[in-house]
Design a protein around this ligand. Structure first.
Ligand code: GLV
Length: 313
């Protein structure tokens, strides 16, 4: 029987690059690209699909499909009411390369903030030799202690940061003050210096960081959002920043992407924003994870990071 692999991404250039990588790994397979699809018959022999913000209808015509591998960690683009996502295992892409990039982004900002590099650059312009006290805060709250959150936590711990986490289940991670309830969170928030959001976007996490959350925080604290824009109430955040009740927000993800040029966040003096670049999936790593998962499924084993449709992550 003929074998094929389907690639359906939101970027034709990336489809082509991923196709070249996969063709090397699977010389006898046909690689079917969504952007070059000639007719639906090509989909019939697809055993695996790699997708990202794709056309979901193509998946309906793959009767031999065994695996849907997403190209990123957050799978909120998937409409779980569609049957094609329920009949085959759907896996998130979680890989050390992704966790390390996110850790570098988060820790990079926290360190430069603590060391006040921006402030020293301004003093340099004035030729002002002023030795300041280092910024004191070392308490970091991580929202979402999954594979990525745990990696960030352990790297920060090595630099003597104190880690708090909030997630739906306790992970029993050593030296982390883990929380699962709103009450515990409210009790701890007044002490936190940096909140790092990594929550998946689900109905339960919409506007998780909202007015009452921000009210519990101290005015000197920073919010770092590298999860999803939906988890943060931007209006509430802007109002807190305006009133100097939150010191700074570092934002890589937004409710609407690209962020419209009319959005107030662009010009806000207390916001540092980046265009969703905190972690970019390596195509080589995506191909490896896909191959490993397809192999596992073929041998009757469970694939890695299979999504529970009812939870959405
Ligand atoms: C990026 O946002 C991802 O979900 O991997």
């Amino acid at each position: 029987m003929m074998h094929s692999i389907y690639i359906g991404l939101n970027n034709p250039g990336q489809e082509q690059k991923l196709s070249d990588i996969l063709q090397n790994r699977y010389p006898n397979y046909e690689i079917v690209l969504s952007t070059q699809l000639k007719n639906d018959l090509q989909l019939k022999h697809c055993q695996g699909a790699i997708i990202w913000k794709n056309d979901p209808n193509h998946l309906l015509n793959m009767p031999n499909l065994k695996l849907i591998q997403c190209m990123g960690a957050g799978v909120d683009f998937i409409d779980w009411s569609l049957p094609q996502y329920r009949s085959v295992p759907v896996c998130r892409f979680v890989d050390p390369s992704l966790s390390v990039q996110l850790a570098q982004y988060v820790i990079g900002y926290i360190l430069s903030d603590k060391l006040e590099f921006d402030g020293y650059r301004a003093l340099q312009d004035e030729k002002n030799w002023q030795q300041r006290e280092p910024r004191a805060g070392s308490k970091v709250l991580i929202l979402g202690l999954g594979a990525i959150g745990s990696r960030i936590a352990s790297l920060l711990q090595q630099m003597d940061f104190q880690i708090y986490s909030w997630s739906t289940t306790l992970k029993g991670t050593e030296l982390i003050h883990e929380m699962t309830t709103q009450d515990e969170l409210s009790a701890v928030l007044p002490d936190i210096d940096y909140v790092v959001n990594l929550l998946p976007s689900t109905p339960k996490t919409t506007n998780f960081i909202n007015e009452s959350f921000l009210l519990d925080m101290k005015a000197d604290a920073c919010v770092i959002n590298v999860g999803r824009g939906e988890s943060l109430d931007t209006e509430a955040l802007i109002s807190f920043l305006d009133q100097k009740k939150i010191r700074k927000a570092i934002l890589d993800v937004f409710k609407q992407e690209p962020l419209p040029s009319s959005d107030k966040l662009w010009e806000h003096p207390s916001v540092l924003l980046t265009p969703h670049i905190a972690a970019q999936s390596s195509l080589e790593a995506v191909a490896s994870v896909f191959s490993r998962n397809l192999e596992k499924i073929t041998c009757g084993k469970a694939p890695e990071f299979q999504v529970d449709p009812d939870k959405g992550y």
